[in-house]
Design a protein around this ligand. Sequence first.
Ligand code: AMP
Length: 208
Amino acid sequence: MTIGSEQTKTKSARLIKKLCVFCGSSFGVRFEYREAAIQLGRHLANSGIALVYGGARVGLMGVLADSVLVGGGQAIGVMPRSLVEKVIAHTALTQLHVVESMHQRKALMVDLAGAFVLLPGGFGSWEEFCEVVTWLQLGLHQKPCDVLNVASYYDALMSLTAHAVAEGFLQASYRESVIVEENPQQLLSQLGTAALPMEGKWVTTKER
Ligand code: AMP
């Protein structure tokens, strides 16, 4: 599903070489969540797109990285030293960047990747995704931020963002710039052509 008014958007084909995925450090209760992570990993490997992610071997994060590596792809982890010391880092990654803080981790992930995708997860995944969408709103980057809505997991998020638009807390163009897809391959095929808002979100007092 792609929603969009063309008024404030730019549509340009981009070559995405690295995709940053935010996903749960848990597995979730449904088999579909693991299956989607496996499929996405497989498609990334087949497409020659490197994975950038949190570097863990736990939950969907580990499933995704394993799938990329088994498929012959590249998996790049970015992890704060404090988490590496808890021995949850994946030990077979193409590359593991060890940073000093969660803030440095997010900044490096944004630098490395050409696009971002949210898979099912909890607060950690949501926080990371909301931050990259916020940075898009502020014009700090021009990289697509999309959602893989596995088993309708993010229907509630879509309802919340529609409510935020209706209540005047979110500009429709930013909501519409987020592609929401159920199928990993379809999501990947749309990544490089996503329409992104051209204007920053700054709202003048007159507009309010
Ligand atoms: P959550 O969705 O709350 O499970 O958090 C997952 C997200 O937060 C991932 O994208 C990671 O960047 C980060 N995160 C949470 N837990 C861990 C962990 N045990 N190891 C590495 N990163 C984690």
